[in-house]
Design a protein around this ligand. Structure first.
Ligand SMILES: C[S@@+](CC[C@H](N)C(=O)[O-])C[C@H]1O[C@@H](n2cnc3c(N)ncnc32)[C@H](O)[C@@H]1O
Length: 193
């Protein structure tokens, strides 16, 4: 990213902080949204190893973790560049979970993971950095690992980025719909080639 893109990214982070402080993303906890979290969990159970180590990039205030009460996992690391959302996630004291504030553009995990999730987050990665971010997380995905992505509606080329990426093999792909024609999510599961 050039200096201007970095500035815009910083401004976006501040905007997310304000929005989480005001509770503007509480709608993600609604029953309408629940279907997409359950689809992610379904892929996680179907394609993930037993008791996976999970990384959730752009985790917000931990809604996926909240929806995973009945799922067995060995560890859960949630990462988000909004410090406010991370504080809110930490305050929930989810078992076996850790949350850290970091920018996905530069975040390099220290451990490796069985499942890496981009749940409504990949479109915020600058186009010039998408491939770098993917490379960095693929380096930390265990050999039997799975990447799960959820993209709202058409998501400005994001679901195609995964679907058509030669470094990935698609395991599954579906569209989760709601009773509103314009509210749907494209959710995919991928492994490394
Ligand atoms: C629509 S919310 C989704 C939150 C969560 N994944 C969920 O579905 O419940 C998008 C999240 O991506 C985070 N985000 C946006 N750009 C980011 C970046 N560059 N690095 C890390 N997180 C980012 C935002 O702070 C926000 O929490």
């Amino acid at each position: 990213m050039n200096i201007l893109d970095k500035f815009h990214n910083w401004r976006r982070k501040k905007r997310w902080d304000k929005q989480y402080k005001k509770g503007l993303w509480n709608n993600l906890k609604s029953e309408k949204e629940a279907k997409r979290y359950y689809q992610i969990i379904d892929y996680l159970k179907t394609y993930g190893v037993e008791n996976p180590a999970i990384l959730d990039i752009g985790c917000g205030d931990g809604v996926l973790n909240q929806r995973m009460q009945d799922v067995a996992f060995s560890s859960f690391l949630g990462v988000d560049f909004s410090e406010v959302s991370i504080q809110q996630a930490k305050a929930k004291n989810f078992p076996k979970a850790e949350f850290i504030a970091a920018d996905a553009h530069t975040f390099t995990p220290t451990n490796s993971f069985d499942v890496i999730v981009f749940n409504e987050a990949f479109y915020y990665i600058h186009d010039s950095e998408k491939e770098n971010v993917l490379n960095r997380i693929l380096a930390k995905l265990n050999p039997n690992g799975v990447i799960i992505t959820s993209i709202y509606r058409e998501g400005t080329g994001c679901w195609e980025f995964f679907k058509e990426n030669p470094k990935l093999k698609e395991l599954d792909f579906t569209t989760v719909t709601t009773d509103e024609a314009l509210q749907y999510w494209k959710i995919g599961a991928y492994k490394k080639v």
